[in-house]
Ligand binder design. Structure first.
Ligand SMILES: Cc1ncc(COP(=O)(O)O)c(C=O)c1O
Length: 404
């Protein structure tokens, strides 16, 4: 699964990254016709009415460049949703930017606000684009490690991943410009508690730091006692928080890449300053499709959450039965596991064999750490698939890894 052959012209800036893990694993999974429980995309379409709205937009000639900040109808829908969810005021003209997925919103925000050499804090394991966005902006990523709850090999735990308060305090220095928070969190499913966010808020205010919140999984929570708390709602945070989200996960259209950044006008101006030169604007008809989705959001999200919860409940006990430690997730698309009790090599070797010999793809998590060694025993399984895909994966896992 190596890379870089034939890439001698690759810029120094990009050399540390290689080809991203999702591209590599998906290619290997396709090659071996593996059941793909690796990358976080559904193998089904979202609601038809969203597709219909995009088709209709195409039919009635919404096919040219959209305004740089997004079509007004979508900005209004995003602003109203933000106010509905947070109770905070949001001006559709000055506080919302539509981006090419949350994926573009991350570098647009970092580039828009940070100078080369600035430090940006993030939690690891991280969604890989968080770190690359920081590095590509010439900034220095400072990682605070989330620790898994204690559990024996082959045990399942629903206790949360945690971070060390002292480590977070120490991560804030005179050079810190921003912190990236992802809640609910990929890959662990952690939903940051109000208390944890309170500490982050205290430190952001004390050190005059901007919070960049990646909330793409905000609607995909399975436990009633773990609500998503928007960091912007904490006292003193609205004016220093950029809240990012997108429609891909909530509506099962990850390929549409319609995301957004919500922030007070002064911060939004910075995001737009970068966005105008990254993509300028985003697929016009798909923005209209997203308006339809946001207008009927509950109708779309309810059945999806029920299906994801059922998939999680189906897959988790099987992973445990096969000898993995299972960190039972309260949210999201993924189950994080620890394979150290299985004697099958590190995460990369394990996944390679899983794809080639068992016919199931997962993600080796060392790619999600600044120091890969920290994730060498962790493997992530996606359950955002049709129930029959999860069942097919389970059958292969049992056949290939079951204790005989
Ligand atoms: C934490 C996180 N942020 C952002 C994204 C990408 O969002 P989008 O598809 O809207 O670009 C993902 C996709 O997996 C993710 O897991």
């Amino acid at each position: 699964m190596g890379y870089t052959a034939g890439m001698s012209r690759l810029s120094e800036r990009l050399r540390p990254f290689g080809t991203n893990i999702f591209t590599r694993i998906t290619a290997l999974a396709n090659q071996h016709k593996a059941v793909n429980l690796s990358q976080g995309f559904p193998d089904f379409d979202g609601p038809e009415f969203i597709k219909d709205a995009a088709s209709e937009a195409m039919r009635v000639h919404h096919n040219q460049y959209a305004p740089m900040a997004g079509v007004p109808e979508l900005r209004r829908a995003i602003a109203e949703r933000f106010t509905r969810r947070t109770g905070l005021a949001c001006n559709a003209d000055t506080d919302v930017t539509v981006t090419c997925g949350c994926t573009e919103a991350i570098p647009a925000t970092v580039m828009g606000m940070c100078n080369p050499g600035d430090e940006v804090i993030l939690f690891e394991p991280f969604f890989d684009i968080h770190r690359s966005a920081i590095v590509l902006a010439g900034c220095v990523p400072v990682a605070v490690t989330l620790r898994p709850p204690a559990a024996a090999p082959g045990e399942q735990t629903d206790r949360p991943w945690t971070f060390d308060e002292a480590a977070l305090r120490a991560a804030f220095t005179g050079k810190t410009k921003a912190i990236v928070i992802n809640t609910p969190h990929n890959p662990t499913g952690k939903v940051f508690s109000r208390q944890e966010l309170g500490l982050i808020a205290e430190l952001c205010i004390k050190h005059d730091v901007v919070a960049i919140c990646d909330d793409v999984y905000e609607r995909l929570i399975f436990e009633d006692d773990m609500p998503h708390v928007a960091l912007a709602t904490l006292p003193g945070m609205a004016e220093r928080t950029v809240t990012l989200s997108s429609m891909g996960k909530a509506f099962s259209y990850t390929g549409w890449k319609i995301g957004w950044a919500v922030a007070p006008a002064e911060l939004t101006a910075c995001v737009r300053a970068a966005h105008q030169f990254l993509t300028f604007s985003v697929a016009t008809p798909l923005q209209y499709g997203t308006v339809a989705g946001l207008q009927r959001e509950e109708e779309a999200v309810g059945p999806l959450v029920a299906m994801l919860r059922a998939n999680r409940d189906l897959l988790a006990p099987v992973l445990r039965e096969l000898g993995m430690t299972v960190y039972f997730p309260p949210s999201g698309y993924f189950i994080m596991t620890d394979i150290s009790g299985m004697n099958r090599g590190d995460d990369v070797a394990f996944v390679q064999k899983l794809i080639e010999e068992v016919g199931v793809a997962a993600i080796p998590c060392s790619a999600f750490y600044t120091v890969p060694e920290r994730g060498r025993t962790q493997v992530r399984f996606a359950f955002c698939k049709k129930p029959e895909t999860v069942v097919a994966g389970i059958e292969r896992l049992r056949a290939g890894l079951g204790r005989r």
